[in-house]
Design a protein around this ligand. Structure first.
Ligand code: ATP
Length: 705
């Protein structure tokens, strides 16, 4: 038998199995639709028992139908032939036939673990592992690994060169792809690590940390859906570019219940995409900012009234700036939150006016309460109170720091003179340029310092309504629906996540750890990152302290990934040489794929930079099938994007060296690497990130002269 016939026969055998699976899927779907319809019919019966049954039935049927619809593509992707001749097919969800025999095992089920964990050295009872690729309902390719040749029966055929390399040479799209069919053992161990405590995954560029983090979220949702879908999983990445890149992975794994955020969108209602230069980010990210913000949050409102004058029964009552400041400070003593103690401040003003009126011997002075009621009616007095002690949004208070004198006053003795100058310079353009990503954590901090304004309690409209959409007279279905609704309609500043995933954690500043920590007080955590890629130039000890505070005393499980699946060996060699300048002994991952194509290094006069970059980008668009990234120093992005116009359409993306974190492109043009390296704080590490983004082609263009 030729290799070709053997391959065709094996594909035909897999096709027969896949046909059975899809036929069964169609049957299950039909019965789910029937059950849903039946459930609604039951509703007309009208008694309480029938309603409970209806709700449960409709809920389960609809949920099942949703899952069946979502998991259609690439449903079965693996097969294990075990020692005892048993065969298991592995896929995106578990399916049984009418007689309850297993047709497909869910990839997250314990029985499927061997698919990822078996190796030739430790076959775990697996003789042959097969990866199956399909398009819609057709098997298109199979790749085998023979793990235990001695145990293989004579008639066992082995085809292909291994699935991993076949997958890795595929073109990169705009979104990250799921790696469910080719998860490697060391990755699988991290994915399946216990749900409790903190799982920390480290490893160099391209080792699959992000992929692992996302598959872990899907795994946790499978292993304890009630807990994780109920409380929710929060996934935090560094930038919106990155979050868009990874957004499709979880839905492709059938999970749409996780909430994805970048560090620039974690604070409700705000969205920042701008980055600060590293030395400014280091100041804004330092824990010392908390003390600066504490002072700001207690200060008088800029442009607010500095005195109160009130004519009362012919006498002038007057509170000057000193008295008003003293009242404010008394109300804010011992960390009271400004928005929550407005009433206390107002009472202070009333009391001071009353004392003054008595001192002045105002004629026919009424009782204190009547006096207060009388002046409280005066529109000009009400205007004064509103202007003197307004309800403050964190954005207002951050905006006050744009005033250099005020900033200096608050930062005095906390930040150095140089740091204050850097911050003042950065905040000068706050109103014109908008917030940066680092500002978002400061808003979150201010939100905590200011507190929420007290709202008058509203009467409930529905007397049976309790909390979270659950009525007092509720059916099982109501409660289940309420749980689902809760997941979808969490309040904007929801903070009770059951699990928090932090990606690119090496770039989370101390202040950002505080912001994420507030959302994960009840959570278990997965934290992935690579210290060698950090752009953080602030105090490393402070960073560790803030991180430890957020993670608390939870038990830690550490994993290290050692293989680079992204870069060709030729490209990673260049990136590795760069980081070795800084850390000569750093253990680096091994790149598994070699293409024989070496990166191209161009040096051109500055005047030719524009044409050379455009030509290089055009050439890469022609050479690779997938995406091309043009990575620039931060200040050059808009200029370079202008040079390229709409070149390449959606296949080409221009990003800064900081936005390139976590991203991946088939081809990369790196503009002015020397300028990126020149940053004294984190230049080499940022350049290392930029150099390790390409899967197939890398061109660097250095301007000279
Ligand atoms: N087991 C695997 N099978 C197939 N592809 C994989 C596997 N592991 C990782 N990859 C691919 O390798 C690339 C890099 O993965 P990922 O982005 O998760 O790495 P990372 O460690 O987060 O990288 P970085 O630190 O550079 O951001 C992605 O294209 C991912 O799909």
């Amino acid at each position: 038998m030729t290799d070709q016939t053997a391959l065709e026969q094996e594909i035909a055998a897999e096709q027969r199995h896949l046909d059975r699976v899809y036929a069964r899927l169609a049957e299950l779907r039909r019965s789910a639709v029937r059950a849903e319809r039946e459930g609604y019919r039951l509703a007309r019966v009208g008694n309480f028992g029938a309603l409970v049954e209806r709700d449960a039935m409709v809920f389960h049927a609809a949920q099942r139908r949703h899952v069946l619809d979502a998991e259609y593509e690439g449903l079965v992707f693996g097969r294990l032939d075990l020692h005892d001749r048993q065969v298991l097919h592995v896929g995106r969800l578990g399916i049984r036939d009418q007689d309850a025999a297993t047709l497909v095992v869910d990839w997250r089920a314990p029985a499927a673990a061997a698919f990822y964990q078996a190796t030739p050295a430790e076959p775990l009872g697996v003789v042959r592992r097969r990866t199956i690729q399909s398009s819609r309902e057709r098997v298109t390719r199979i790749e085998d690994d023979l793990l235990d040749p001695v145990a293989a029966p004579d008639d066992m055929t082995v085809v292909g060169d291994g699935a991993l390399l076949a997958t890795l040479s595929k073109a990169t799209g705009r979104g990250m792809r799921d790696i469910v069919a080719t998860i490697q053992r060391e990755q699988d161990e991290a994915i399946r690590s216990p749900g409790s405590g903190v799982t920390i995954v480290s490893g160099g560029p391209g080792t699959g940390k992000t992929a692992v983090a996302l598959h872990r979220a899907a795994y946790l949702l499978y292993s304890d859906r009630r807990r994780y879908a109920g409380g929710g999983i929060l996934v935090v990445g560094p930038s919106t570019v990155f979050v868009e890149y990874i957004a499709s992975v979880l839905p492709s794994l059938g999970e749409d219940t996780a909430t994805l955020h970048s560090l620039g969108t974690l604070f409700p209602g705000m969205r920042a995409t701008r980055t600060d230069p590293p030395e400014v980010a280091a100041v804004k990210g330092s824990l010392r900012m908390r003390r600066v913000l504490e002072r700001a949050a207690r200060d008088a409102v800029p442009g607010g009234p500095t005195e109160l004058r009130l004519l009362y029964r012919g006498e002038l009552l007057r509170l000057d700036r000193r008295e008003l400041d003293a009242i404010r400070e008394r109300a804010l003593h011992r960390g009271a939150r400004r928005n929550e103690v407005r009433r206390v401040g107002f009472d202070g003003v009333f009391a001071a006016l009353w004392a003054q009126a008595r001192r002045l011997g105002v004629p026919r002075l009424p009782e204190q309460r009547a006096f207060e009621a009388e002046i409280a009616e005066r529109p000009e007095f009400r205007e004064f109170l509103k202007a003197w002690w307004p309800r403050l949004h964190p954005r207002h208070v951050l905006g006050w720091l744009a005033e250099a004198d005020r900033l200096r006053r608050h930062a005095e003795g906390i930040l150095s003179g140089r740091e204050i100058r850097l911050l003042a310079e950065a905040y000068r353009s706050l109103d014109t340029e908008g917030l940066t990503i680092a500002d978002i954590a400061l808003l979150d901090e201010l939100d905590e310092l200011l507190g929420k304004p007290m709202k008058p309690a509203r009467a409930r409209r529905d007397p049976y309504q309790l909390a979270g959409g659950v009525r007092e007279l509720s059916t099982l279905g109501d409660r289940q629906r309420a749980a689902r609704e809760a997941a979808r309609q969490r309040p904007e500043d929801y903070r009770e996540y059951a699990h928090v995933v932090v990606d690119e954690s090496q770039d989370v500043s101390p202040m950002q750890w505080r912001m994420i920590g507030r959302r994960g007080r009840l959570a278990s955590w997965t934290v992935v990152g690579d210290p060698a890629q950090t752009a953080w130039t602030g105090d490393p000890q402070e960073l560790t302290r803030a991180r430890d505070q957020a993670l608390g005393r939870r038990r830690r499980h550490q994993f290290t990934l050692t293989t680079n699946y992204r870069n060709s060996a030729e490209i990673f060699a260049v990136a590795a040489a760069e980081i070795r300048r800084l850390y000569p002994d750093l253990p680096l991952p091994t790149a598994v794929r070699s293409t024989g194509v070496h990166p191209v290094e161009l040096a051109v006069p500055a005047t030719e930079l524009r044409t050379t970059v455009a030509e290089a980008a055009g050439a890469l668009l022609a050479e690779v099938e997938g995406t091309v990234g043009v990575i620039t120093p931060v200040p050059r992005r808009d200029e370079v994007a202008g040079w390229l116009g709409g070149l390449g359409g959606p296949r080409l993306q221009v990003v800064t060296s900081l936005e390139a974190k976590g991203m991946e492109y088939d081809g990369v043009v790196l503009v002015a690497p020397g300028e990126i390296r020149a940053d004294p704080g984190s230049g080499v590490r940022t350049l290392y990130v930029a150099l390790s983004r390409a899967t197939q082609r890398l061109t660097t263009v250095e301007p000279t002269g």
